[in-house]
Design a protein around this ligand. Structure first.
Ligand code: HEC
Ligand code: HEC
Ligand code: HEC
Ligand code: HEC
Ligand code: HEC
Ligand code: HEC
Length: 263
């Protein structure tokens, strides 16, 4: 028992020292944001050029309702901020945000009909950057009963899904093509290259809940174990696991959530 505690504290000290070293080596890449701003994406390819405020897309809210796969595979949003190049006309035609933000779909359209000739303009709810907008969905209210974590949104998303606190839609009518799901893969261990650092248990099963297979294969990882070579520095740099961890999924400060295996 004593030995385990000792090993554990050594591990923690090593991890803290290394994380400071990594932070110094790389400079602090992403500044710390508040729990409710973590994962927000500001989209401004066309907005300011056309005299409207930039769009703020909130991952925390949308991921209480949908899997990552629905948006990043079926709808086709890029996993790099501003890369998709959405136009407001696309939305009105039912593409991109308009797959859901449309009359008779899951959420509010840019212009909502009301009564015979009335209209509600929902512009500000999306074009909200730098504005004082009153939102219908408040972070503190919606997430009040979610299980907690220390970093990122301050929410244990894995647990929230597991315990059925959130129920994720994995298809959108008229957009998702039905096909037989691929067989789930075994979980596996990833050894770290430095001795004394706990190995990682990588769970295919848990990742597939959110990502299906296609978010990761073949773009981020080869589907052959050991083929993709990367280091912790790559991850901090936003590559491989870092394509999601540190941006939308729990951040890389949380060393022990990945480096779980006992030394
Ligand atoms: C569901 C979210 C949403 C709503 C509601 C919305 N927009 Fe947009 N709009 C976007 C996104 C996303 C873009 C692309 C932003 C960018 O790249 O700058 C955009 C772009 C624009 C642009 C830039 C030019 C172009 O061709 O895309 C204008 C102008 C615009 N919107 C006006 C409006 C007006 C006016 C309303 C209200 C009637 C509105 N939008 C409502 C999401 C929305
Ligand atoms: C409702 C749709 C939707 C869902 C669900 C969704 N995303 Fe996104 N995601 C977007 C949009 C829109 C963007 C911005 C794309 C653009 O600007 O071109 C984005 C961007 C990203 C980015 C890049 C952000 C940046 O700042 O560089 C990452 C990483 C990402 N998503 C990961 C995820 C993960 C992981 C999940 C699931 C936990 C997820 N997304 C769920 C719509 C979604
Ligand atoms: C897969 C479906 C889906 C997609 C795609 C999607 N949304 Fe949403 N969005 C929703 C749902 C559902 C809600 C919550 C219900 C509501 O408030 O109407 C929501 C809520 C929002 C809100 C919160 C407004 C408030 O008052 O709280 C904003 C802002 C928003 N979406 C912007 C966007 C933008 C911008 C995009 C595209 C870049 C987008 N959404 C793409 C389904 C979607
Ligand atoms: C979050 C990312 C992610 C998701 C989602 C994911 N995988 Fe993987 N997969 C990986 C990683 C990482 C590896 C190891 C790659 C390496 O070491 O080069 C891997 C390896 C594999 C391998 C090779 C296994 C071996 O023993 O050689 C197969 C096959 C595979 N995945 C299939 C799937 C299928 C099928 C799904 C969906 C049911 C899926 N993956 C979902 C990340 C993912
Ligand atoms: C496509 C996006 C994506 C990629 C790539 C990805 N993850 Fe994740 N991962 C997630 C999401 C989403 C969750 C759910 C928890 C959250 O969002 O904070 C998660 C959860 C986890 C968990 C917690 C699961 C548990 O066992 O409780 C671990 C550990 C983890 N990821 C490790 C990794 C490692 C290691 C890699 C690289 C080999 C990786 N992830 C690549 C999106 C991703
Ligand atoms: C999202 C999951 C994840 C998180 C969070 C994470 N790591 Fe890692 N780490 C990995 C993976 C995966 C590898 C193995 C890469 C390989 O060698 O294949 C790794 C490898 C390492 C290595 C071995 C050397 C190297 O560069 O490959 C060190 C040291 C390390 N991590 C330290 C840390 C520290 C310190 C933190 C916290 C600040 C941390 N890690 C957080 C996934 C993670």
């Amino acid at each position: 028992m004593k030995k385990t505690i000792w090993l554990l504290s050594v591990t923690i000290v090593v991890l803290i020292a290394l994380s400071i070293a990594f932070a110094q080596a790389k400079g602090v890449k992403r500044k710390r944001v508040s729990a409710q701003d973590y994962g927000n994406v500001v989209i401004n390819n066309f907005s300011e050029k056309n005299n409207v405020a930039p769009v703020v897309f909130k991952h925390w809210l949308h991921r209480t309702k949908y899997t990552c796969r629905v948006c990043h595979v079926d709808i086709g949003f890029s996993m790099k901020a501003a890369e998709t190049g959405v136009r407001c006309d696309d939305i009105k035609k039912g593409f991109y945000c308009g797959s859901c933000h449309h009359e008779d779909k899951d959420s509010f359209p840019p212009l909502e009909k009301k009564g015979f000739s009335g209209e509600i303009k929902n512009c500000d709810r999306c074009h909200s950057y730098g504005k004082n907008v009153k939102f219908e969905n408040e972070f503190n209210k919606i997430t009040a009963k979610f299980p907690r974590e220390r970093f990122g949104n301050g929410i244990d998303w894995e647990k929230a899904e597991n315990e059925g606190i959130i129920k994720l839609k994995n298809e959108i009518q008229g957009i998702t093509i039905k096909r037989k799901p691929l067989e789930n893969q075994k979980d596996f261990g990833i050894e770290s290259k430095i001795t004394g650092i706990p190995a990682i248990i990588y769970s295919h099963k848990k990742h597939t809940v959110w990502n299906g297979c296609e978010v990761c294969h073949p773009d981020i990882f080869s589907a052959k174990k050991g083929k993709t070579q990367y280091s912790m520095e790559d991850i901090f740099d936003g590559k491989f696991c870092g394509q999601c961890h540190g941006i939308v999924a729990f951040p890389n400060d949380d060393c022990q959530r990945c480096h779980t295996e006992q030394v």
